[in-house]
Ligand binder design. Structure first.
Ligand code: AMP
Length: 177
């Protein structure tokens, strides 16, 4: 079954820049049965972690975070780029290959002590996931795991990925980067 999911994901070379193999999950969205299967697999992983909340990462993490939360009957929280959340936020800057980026979370939506599972579409260096984990921990909550559709597992020599290994990681597919 993951093979059908794998075939539904289009890999576009040299996007957004030369040398990057971009995993385009928008083609998976065209097949509702496979979205359902992907959601159910992610929900199985997250259920093992006894999460109270799901945090999904802007923007492609929403594609899967929302249905997984619905599947498990859990509340979910969007982690967004700066300037998008209207309330009081916590922010976390993180390093990209070139430059930096920032993610934000409303500071009053997850209670201290809550168990939070993070969902995104794809894990590469782990920088985005780590920044999200830092935001959740700033709120006094606990990160119980990180679930994604595609894990570019062959990139695990990268330093950010090492930091992320303190959390359980679950993916539907592993792929070459
Ligand atoms: P990273 O912070 O390096 O783990 O990158 C993960 C984030 O960047 C995710 O939100 C992905 O949507 C996006 N991303 C990074 N590399 C790729 C790729 N090769 N194909 C698709 N999305 C990617």
């Amino acid at each position: 079954m993951p093979e059908a999911i794998r075939s539904a994901i289009r890999v576009i070379p040299d996007f957004p820049k030369e040398g990057i193999q971009f995993y385009d999950l928008s083609t998976l969205l065209l097949q509702p049965d496979l979205v359902k299967q992907t959601t159910e697999l992610l929900a199985l992983y997250v259920a093992e972690w006894n999460a109270d909340y799901i945090a999904a990462i802007d923007a492609r993490g929403f594609w899967f975070g929302a249905p997984v939360a619905q599947n498990l009957g859990l509340p979910w929280v969007p982690v967004r780029k700066p300037g998008k959340l209207p309330g009081s936020v916590r922010s976390q800057e993180y390093e990209l290959e070139y430059g930096t980026d920032t993610l934000c979370i409303h500071d009053d939506v997850i209670p201290a002590g809550a168990r939070v599972a993070i969902i995104d579409d794809l894990l590469a260096t782990g920088g985005t996931a780590m920044a999200t984990a830092n935001l959740i921990e700033q709120l006094g909550a606990t990160v119980v795991g990180f679930a994604c559709v595609v894990d570019l597992a062959n990139l695990d020599f990268l330093p950010n990925r090492k930091n992320l290994t303190q959390y359980p990681i679950a993916s539907v597919l592993e792929a070459e980067g």
